[in-house]
Design a protein around this ligand. Structure first.
Ligand SMILES: [Zn+2]
Length: 265
């Protein structure tokens, strides 16, 4: 049996929650709602920010417009969890290209800890394209801590990224592939350290098809064994140490071609 004061407190809590619920509905109807929320999130008041983050978790409609601010918040220690939850609640309404562009803009001056936070944010909000961009940038960096972030998240989420990318058409540009090819061509021994420009995995293959094993002229094929995207095979001289295969015996999968659409437009 509850005593009188406890029942009184319970009733007060119920009344308070009802009042909050009514006020949320009223806020939802405000014409300047998005502005009010943006000010609350970027302002200095901890309570304003907390209330705004809770509000958009319940009404995720404005979250896509607040994405810049939310990604920035997700990189700070105190706010990471709440802003990730807010973004997660709106994940089906967030445009993946825009999310990727925002995440990339934060990578410019990011240290290893920022990389880790952005990888966690994109993984938990299922922003696979953006996570692929974080992994690719981390892998290409010469900072061992960033490279560790790339390895960890490729191991834990690589398949998700690959599945997501396979559904889309080529998400990265022909020029990204050309620079990966250039790097692979100059450092054939380090091929397994170059991330795929498309899926971020370390599965790139570079094979030179020759008419006979003494030939220096060949057709170079460059592709990724994970996502099966690659470049149009082209005539190239074989660099030292590269894999050669005699025409007719080559084992090259039927991969999809990343075309140079930039120059066509
Ligand atoms: Zn790939």
């Amino acid at each position: 049996m509850s005593s009188e004061p406890e029942t009184g407190e319970w009733q007060s809590l119920v009344a308070a929650e009802q009042a909050v619920s009514k006020l949320r509905t009223a806020i939802y109807g405000l014409p300047r709602r998005a502005e009010v929320l943006a000010d609350a999130i970027s302002g200095s008041s901890v309570w304003d920010r907390t209330v705004a983050l809770r509000f958009i978790r319940e009404f995720p409609e404005d979250t896509p417009h607040l994405l810049d601010q939310l990604v920035e918040l997700a990189m700070s220690t105190g706010w990471a969890r709440e802003s990730i939850e807010a973004i997660r609640a709106a994940r089906s309404e967030i445009d993946s290209t825009r999310m990727t562009a925002i995440v990339k803009s934060f990578l410019t001056d990011a240290d290893a800890e920022d990389y880790l936070r952005l990888a966690e944010l994109t993984a938990q909000t299922e922003a696979w394209q953006a996570l692929g961009a974080v992994i690719a940038a981390a892998a290409a960096s010469d900072d061992p801590e960033k490279q560790e972030v790339a390895r960890d998240f490729t191991e834990s989420h690589g398949t998700r990224i690959q599945m997501r990318d396979a559904e889309q058409q080529s998400a990265c540009s022909h020029s990204d592939w050309l620079s990966a090819f250039d790097r692979a061509y100059r450092h054939v021994d380090d091929l397994d350290q170059i991330p795929c420009p498309h899926c971020g995995r370390y599965s790139l293959r570079l094979v030179f098809v020759v008419d006979d094993l003494d030939s220096v002229n060949a057709t170079g094929a460059f592709w990724c064994d994970s996502c099966l995207w690659g470049l149009m095979p082209e005539r190239a001289s074989v660099p030292g140490g590269a894999v050669r295969m005699v025409r007719g015996t080559e084992k090259i999968p039927n991969y999809r071609l990343v075309l140079d659409t930039d120059s066509e437009q």
